[in-house]
Design a protein. Structure first.
Lengths: 378, 117
């Protein structure tokens, strides 16, 4: 009995159900805590130093006071969030520690840090019952803001920004060989316009509920292509954006029973899901007869089978996200430059291909709906 | 419970509107903090500081401002000017340091910026 309690407590950091937050939002918050720690946010917290609010410098009369206060906020918020205790209040505490940390020190301002603060704050304000539309709008605002700032820079229109970035800063061999043979900025212009168009479309689609899946798909494709071509994750801005997408996913409310036909592949898959499913949301029913579908289940909304079921199941287990996070961080810390780029490239493209059934399923459904409407008219 | 939800919602909307305001406000000032402007310009810069005629090393400059002293700035270069200016007008005022930032934005050629004393 006592052992069970200890195990249950130790697995709390990996569980996302049964709190006042939606499972997806809590999963996102937990990953952000790990990301912040791994990227040294805690160590970057200082007393007031070149602050945005100059009166904060008055606190320097009491050395370490502000630093310890911000660090205490972060430790308190992170610990309670990780242990699923008062998760919404914890998210707001973490947000406050980030905002205070930035306000107290201009040099640590980064967009990739600020966005995490915003997301924690809005997550704390979002109730379990509601769609996290504050987060949709936050992300939409990021894309519209980025677009507006680019549109007002003449060198985003002439291609000069993109040319300097790719050719001089990144020394991109593909771009440079093309430029050397043509001496034209047309490719730089094309890429600038594509980036601005992508930001416009993503921003717009995020604000319209009907188009949100398109926005999510475009975000995944846009950032993966951008990474493929530049090898840049912009600090950890790209990771931030992809992690926020976790909050947008509807996680199943009721436990799901998966029926599966005996085979080596299915057995292995079931074992993997059991390993990743810390919340024990999935139960399994083995079929010995070779009839029916290999894998099938009915969740809150629909009947799922095959590849779609595998993807939906993996995306509804906290262990899957933790696994991806460990892989991503492992690659970052173990490898340098070229190998890091190659492995991250492989990881991002595999993820993109893995997630594609959701989008294709959606398109199929839209098509079927249209056909049904046409039939009605006929 | 319902009232609490509405209050939280209003705070959330206000928070987003503040950001929107910040995006608009940033059109009228050179610095680009809190306005979602990553990679709107790309600048190579080098901060040079000399105290009493002695030039500080790259690491010394870095620890003076807690900021990269030589490299690429993917946000507005005015963000860097802003923090150097603030340092020299406050903590570093008595030192009367000679500070110069050599910078090249989007490959358009080198310029020099100096803090206002």
């Amino acid at each position: 009995m006592a052992t069970n309690k200890i195990i249950s407590f130790l697995t709390l950091p990996f569980k996302v159900y049964g709190t006042s937050m939606r499972p997806g939002v809590l999963m996102m918050c937990k990953i952000f805590v790990v990301l912040l720690i791994a990227h040294g946010f805690f160590g970057s917290i200082t007393d007031s130093f070149i602050p945005f609010i100059s009166s904060l410098d008055n606190l320097n009369q009491y050395p370490n006071l502000l630093e310890y206060f911000i660090k205490a906020l972060f430790i308190l918020g992170s610990t309670s969030l990780i242990l699923n205790y008062k998760v919404r209040a914890s998210a707001i505490l973490i947000a406050c520690s980030i905002f205070l940390g930035i306000l107290a020190s201009k040099p640590i301002f980064r967009n990739h840090l600020f966005i995490i603060g915003c997301v924690f704050f809005l997550s704390g304000l979002t109730s379990k019952e509601d769609t996290p539309w504050l987060l949709f709008f936050q992300l939409g605002l990021v894309y519209f803001g980025a677009l507006l700032n680019k549109m007002t820079q003449i060198e985003w229109w002439t291609g000069q920004f993109m040319h300097n970035w790719l050719s001089v800063a990144l020394e991109n061999p593909v771009y440079n060989s093309w430029y050397e043979s043509t001496s034209s900025l047309i490719l730089a212009k094309l890429m600038s316009y594509s980036a601005m168009l992508a930001e416009l479309l993503i921003g717009f689609c995020l604000f319209v509920p009907k188009f949100r899946l398109y926005a999510i798909t475009m975000i995944l494709v846009f950032h993966t292509i951008l990474f493929s071509f530049t090898g840049e994750t912009f600090g950890y801005f790209m990771e931030d954006i992809l992690i926020i997408l976790i909050a947008f996913r509807e996680w199943p409310e009721q436990p799901i029973q998966i029926d599966y036909r005996m085979s080596n592949f299915n057995n292995g898959l079931v074992n993997l899901i059991k390993l990743l499913d810390f919340d024990r949301r999935f139960t399994f029913n083995k079929r010995f007869k070779a009839v029916g579908r290999g894998l099938s289940a009915t969740n809150d909304f629909k009947f799922l089978h095959g590849k779609s079921l595998i993807v939906h199941t993996l995306l509804s287990t906290s262990g899957f996200y933790i696994l991806i996070l460990c892989l991503e961080m492992g690659i970052r810390y173990l490898f340098n430059d070229f190998l890091k780029y190659i492995f991250l490239l492989g990881l991002f493209w595999i993820l993109l291909l893995l997630l594609s059934p959701i989008f294709f399923d959606y398109l199929k459904k839209v098509r079927q709906k249209k056909l049904a409407v046409n039939h009605e008219f006929e | 419970m319902k009232n609490q939800k509405i209050v939280y919602l209003c705070i959330g909307v206000l928070f987003l509107l503040l950001q929107l305001g910040s995006v608009v406000y940033a059109r009228f000032i050179p610095e680009k903090f809190f306005c979602w402007a990553p990679y709107d310009e790309h600048t190579y810069y080098k901060i040079q500081v000399s105290l009493n005629g002695k030039a500080l090393s790259t690491d010394e400059v870095k620890s003076r401002y807690n900021y990269l002293s030589d490299g690429w700035e993917p946000r507005s270069i005015d963000n860097v000017f802003s923090l150097v200016q603030q340092y020299e007008a406050t903590y570093g005022k008595a030192e009367n340091a000679n500070v110069e930032i050599l910078y090249n934005t989007n490959g358009n050629g080198w310029n020099i910026w100096r803090p206002i004393k």
